[in-house]
Design a protein around this ligand. Structure first.
Ligand code: CUK
Ligand code: CUA
Length: 637
């Protein structure tokens, strides 16, 4: 790396990376080659090292929407790229007073908290993916897993709000998920989910001490209906998930082929595998009734375990070295790349050969076409659309850029080095992702390295540090570290999407098919109230519905009366239609706090169990007289 590189001056990347000596030698050659084809030294230099600007000046917008998982928080976060500014948090499996998620009637319905069943109040989000068509994002939905309580959630992109959550039967540790990358005419659109932990099937007290009888399931969820379609019983623990670009396969990396329950047992074997699922063959079997069910769930299950009749028909086990983690398909759709975790290699699997292997024409092990050595602890791989792969290296704290075609040539015995460049990251990187990397439109501009450790990179804030999401320019031959971004733990993964694909609405509109309004319309009809324009208290026995408008700076009702013991539903409509004018409804000493977006209606149901006077007030600074925007709930004894 030249002394003129500004990165050198900042001292963040001091020329030679630990293993960079190898690529430095090649660097000179490329600059030279650039000059040979008539480039001025400056242009050649620009090609050599990325030179994109990450500055987004005041008043300007980011080029990309980043969808980050929130990890422990159970949410999704939207980050502008390249500014790395946090723009929004979308509550999914968690509670949030900004919107009232987990508090309002609609959100409780989505979360399943309205029923008298077991209630989950925590979540653990790892993998966010958007819905696709024709190999790229179609801007309809985002999906995210809950590893904690085995669920899949869907977020509608028009409002960037969670609209459905489905529980996956018999699963624990729902980890890798991936939607189909294309929609096939007349076929359902599936999102595939891996269960990482094996458990007794059904998990009702049987087989407690007989781990050989535990199982793990690969689940297909209909991404439009948000219903579980079928499941496949698999050998080993499944980790990450991916799909091909033709709509034929889903796939999972599997570790713990030993099917052990403690670490020493889980890591004994030198080889584990990647499992490929023959989606439409499974679908056919299910349609023909060739399935069984587990416990009292009605979901069809087929057996795809090793040595079962389904192996070779439903599933294909391709051996890969020791405990693989990530699996990623390159933008050409030809190669699936598994990262070794306990092996310093990536394994490149040719999906055309996988197709042949399902037809019995080649052996599963012959689908492997390359195995480049990328560093210690490779986890996830992403792409620039120019034939290069970028693998996160956990133990080395590096990102390795390597060339897929060269890796294939090397595997065939040619004396070529597929490694292009390595860059240090700070520190212990998990996922990396690049702009549009998970689509055929990968554009090779920015890469984000989601580092688990940040140690000395930020002001210390106690024993728990923020994570460090680093922005890296990948437009040149060499990578260039541009920005350190602190982020509260622990986003596992992200996708970075061109901004023209995401078209959210700035105010809520009464669409006929908006499920949020369905509930209110039904109630208003029952009560003969004009929703959004009338302020009325309707009593039916001990049930009271309070219809209230809000328009800055007043609520339509400055007081309402109920009796102790009533079940009260307060329905608030925000009649401000201007952008940005949200209201909130916070009811003092009743543990109620939710927001109402412009044009929206929200409601809350509670028991008026305490007599007295309780002020409700607006929680959004909506007007100069915002503090005056309030009223009294009078609860008669
Ligand atoms: S996992 Cu966390 S670094 Cu849950 Cu995608 Cu690989
Ligand atoms: Cu409405 Cu403040």
């Amino acid at each position: 790396m030249s002394k003129k590189d500004p990165i050198d001056k900042k001292g963040t990347n001091k020329g030679l990376t630990r293993r960079g000596f190898l690529t430095t030698a090649i660097a000179g050659t490329v600059v030279g080659a650039g000059m040979a084809v008539g480039l001025k030294p400056k242009e050649a230099k620009a090609r050599e090292v990325g030179r994109l600007s990450s500055e987004v000046p005041p008043g300007k917008l980011d080029d990309y929407y980043g969808f980050w998982s929130g990890g422990h928080s159970g949410e999704i976060r939207i980050i502008g790229v390249p500014s790395m500014r946090e723009l929004k948090r979308i509550p999914v499996f968690n509670f949030d007073c900004t919107s009232g998620w987990g508090i309002t009637d609609y959100s409780k319905k989505v979360l399943g908290l309205d029923k008298k069943k077991r209630e989950y109040v925590v979540g653990d989000t790892h993998h966010v993916h958007l819905s696709y068509n024709n190999g790229t994002y179609d801007g309809k939905y985002a999906y995210v897993n809950d590893k904690a309580n085995a669920r899949l959630a869907r977020i509608r992109i028009d409002y960037l709000e969670t609209d459905a959550i489905v529980e996956l039967p018999h699963c624990q540790g729902t980890h890798g998920i991936f939607p189909m990358r294309t929609r096939l005419p007349g076929k359902p659109y599936y999102v595939f989910c891996n269960s990482e932990f094996r458990n007794p099937l059904p998990n009702d007290g049987r087989d407690l001490d007989d781990p050989k009888k535990y199982g793990a399931l690969h689940t297909a969820v209909d991404g439009e209906k948000m219903e579980v379609a079928w499941q496949v019983l698999v050998s080993g623990n499944m980790d990450l998930c991916a799909t091909d670009y033709k709509g034929l396969f889903s796939m999972a990396t599997c570790y713990n082929s030993e099917e052990g329950v403690v670490l020493a047992e889980m890591t004994r074997a030198d080889r584990d595998w990647a499992v490929f699922f023959n989606v439409w063959e499974i679908e056919k079997a299910v349609k023909n009734g060739e399935y069984f069910t587990i416990g009292n769930s009605k979901v069809p299950v087929v057996d795809g375990r090793r040595g079962s009749k389904g192996e070779g028909r439903f599933t294909l086990y391709v051996p890969v070295p020791k405990s693989p983690h990530g699996v990623n398909v390159d933008p050409t759709g030809r190669y699936a790349i598994c990262s070794g975790k306990l092996s310093p290699t990536c394994t490149v699997i040719d999906l055309e050969l996988v197709e042949k292997a399902f037809k019995g024409k080649v052996k599963p092990e012959d689908c492997v076409v390359a195995q480049p050595e990328v560093g210690l602890g490779p986890l996830h791989t992403v792409f620039d659309g120019r034939g290069n792969a970028y693998t996160s290296i956990f133990i080395d704290s590096q990102v390795t850029k390597w060339n897929i075609k060269k890796a294939i040539r090397q595997y065939k015995g040619e004396n070529v080095n597929p490694i292009v460049h390595k860059i240090d990251v700070h520190y212990q990187v998990g996922h990396v992702n690049a702009t549009m990397s998970e689509t055929k439109e990968a554009d090779g501009k920015w890469l984000v390295s989601l580092n688990k450790f940040s140690k000395d990179r930020f002001l210390p804030v106690g024993p728990r540090h923020p994570d460090n999401d680093q922005l890296i320019d990948i437009s040149g031959r060499k990578m260039r570290l541009v920005h350190d971004g602190s982020v509260w733990p622990e986003p596992h993964d992200c996708v970075i999407v061109r901004r023209d694909i995401i078209q959210p609405r700035v105010k809520r509109v009464y669409d006929a098919n908006d499920p949020k309004f369905e509930m209110y319309r039904k109630w208003a009809k029952e009560d003969g109230v004009k929703l959004g324009s009338e302020n009325k208290v309707i009593r039916k026995g001990r049930k009271v519905r309070v219809y209230m408008t809000s328009l800055a700076p007043v609520f339509g009702l400055t007081e309402f009366r109920v009796k102790k013991g009533d079940t009260v539903t307060v329905i608030v409509t925000n009649n401000n239609k201007e952008e940005d004018v949200s209201h909130g409804f916070c009811l003092s000493l009743y543990d109620i706090n939710f927001g109402i977006d412009p044009g929206a209606t929200e409601s809350v149901t509670f028991k008026a169990d305490k007599p007295g006077v309780y002020w409700y007030y607006c929680t959004w600074f909506c007007h100069a007289l915002h503090l005056e925007m309030r009223g009294r709930m009078i609860v008669e004894p």
